[in-house]
Write a protein that binds this ligand. Structure first.
Ligand code: ACO
Length: 382
């Protein structure tokens, strides 16, 4: 049986930081409420596009694997932040990288897009369709969040990360995969206005209004992730004490603690990044994986458990056996262009385009972002 080893990894975390105190300048909220209810202290706001963030992460992942972009067979763009539906975003990443021989697909299962993407890429490598793949988790939620709605505005952040997976004879990479969807509750998390189904339904195409039942999502997240962990561990014949590190989706510290407890893994063996980045949706698990590698928390042969959930309500869990290498083969010079504005200034620019109900059609491209895009286009990352 062929395996799909993870041989490259890299993140594309935008530098601008939005703190809880920044949020308190325009929302009726507080650092104390956000910290105690969610564990979040700060999150990132991107001054470049989602494709640009993804391309930075991919360049770093390719350098880490010692692979040229021209040798990439497949790009999986996991996330629900697409600048356009047609053409897809993966093709934009292909152009940015010069990965001219790659197939390119977008995969949207909301926050679980990276988990679904890594499972899919592994299967395509195992059945011989492709020899390798770049799998991306990326999100640019700051452009379409309801900044006037404190129930959602405090929870999310922007970011990207990617891994490079390639065929291997060694038993490593994704060893078990459980994917599911609690669709009965699909209405508890919905972004109204993005999608052609909104024509004539009283919401203008391009507006973004979030339906978000936090408590319902919380309960179903714990249930979905817990069951996925149990199933993937049972299938592989492993127990919580054999898991070296849990790298979960990070929507709320209390959800993470509950899932870890059910999985029988103490918090010392759980990677927590929610305090620094909030919920980056599809980017959360891969960013946390890259941070775990940087922190030396992934060692040769480590067994990793990666549970997640997201809109849909999709859920899943991967069991990953790490290979022998935990350090990059090389480093990319890819970097974000210089910041022109603070995170709060960028958020205020989007808010200025939103009406009191949180609609944000013009927020998809504000003057601030247009300027940042221009700056990005003139920088030349390798
Ligand atoms: N600041 C201050 N007060 C707030 C805020 C805020 N930002 N948000 C809500 N409140 C208030 C509410 O209005 C409510 O006030 P009330 O009692 O006067 O009515 C009170 O705080 C308690 O609200 P609850 O909703 O009961 O708070 P809870 O403890 O459930 O925490 C939270 C809310 C953090 C959203 C929690 O339910 C949660 O984490 N849910 C899951 C979220 C999640 O998983 N999101 C990801 C979805 S999938 C994806 O990743 C895309």
């Amino acid at each position: 049986m062929a395996y799909a080893a993870i041989t490259g990894w890299g993140e594309g975390l935008p530098p601008a930081i939005l703190t809880n105190d920044d949020l308190s300048t325009f929302l009726e909220t507080s650092d104390e409420w956000i910290t105690t209810r969610t564990g979040m202290k700060e999150r990132r706001i991107s001054h470049v596009t989602a494709v640009e963030m993804a391309a930075i992460a991919c360049r770093r992942a390719l350098a880490c694997a010692g692979v040229e972009a021209a040798d990439v067979d497949l790009i999986v763009y996991g996330g629900c932040s697409n600048e356009e539906v047609v053409p897809n975003s993966a093709s934009g990443v292909q152009v940015a990288l010069g990965a001219t021989h790659a197939a390119a697909m977008d995969l949207n299962t909301a926050c679980t897009s990276f988990i679904y993407g890594l499972s899919t890429a592994t299967a395509l490598i195992q059945n011989g369709t492709v020899r390798n793949a770049l799998v991306i988790g990326v999100e640019l939620i700051s452009r379409y969040i309801d900044w006037g709605n404190r129930n959602v505005a405090v929870l999310f952040g922007d970011g990207a990360a990617a891994v490079f997976v390639q065929a291997s004879d060694t038993a490593e990479g994704v060893m078990g995969s459980v994917l599911g969807c609690d669709a009965e509750a699909r209405q508890v998390l919905r972004v109204r206005g993005v999608g052609c189904g909104y024509a004539g339904l009283g919401v203008t195409f391009g507006d973004t209004l979030w339906d978000f039942d936090g408590q319902a999502i919380f309960k179903r997240a714990v249930k979905g992730m817990t069951e996925a962990c149990e199933r993937v561990m049972r299938q592989a014949g492993v127990t919580g004490d054999q898991v070296d590190l849990v790298i979960p989706h990070q929507a709320n510290l209390r959800i993470i603690e509950s899932v870890a407890k059910h999985a029988g893994v103490p918090m010392e063996r759980v990677m927590v990044t929610v305090q620094k980045y909030g919920n980056m949706s599809a980017a959360t698990v891969p960013v946390s994986l890259v941070e775990a590698l940087k922190d030396g928390r992934v060692t040769p042969g480590s067994l990793l458990l990666m549970p997640g959930f997201g809109g849909g309500l999709t859920y899943g869990a991967l069991l990953v056996r790490w290979g022998s290498r935990v350090t990059p083969l090389g480093e990319s010079t890819a970097a974000f262009p210089p910041l022109q504005h603070s995170a709060l200034e960028m958020v205020n620019a989007v808010r200025a385009t939103q009406d009191p109900n949180g609609r944000s059609s013009a927020g998809l491209m504000t003057p601030v972002f247009a300027e940042a895009r221009l700056a990005a286009a003139h920088s030349a990352p390798s």
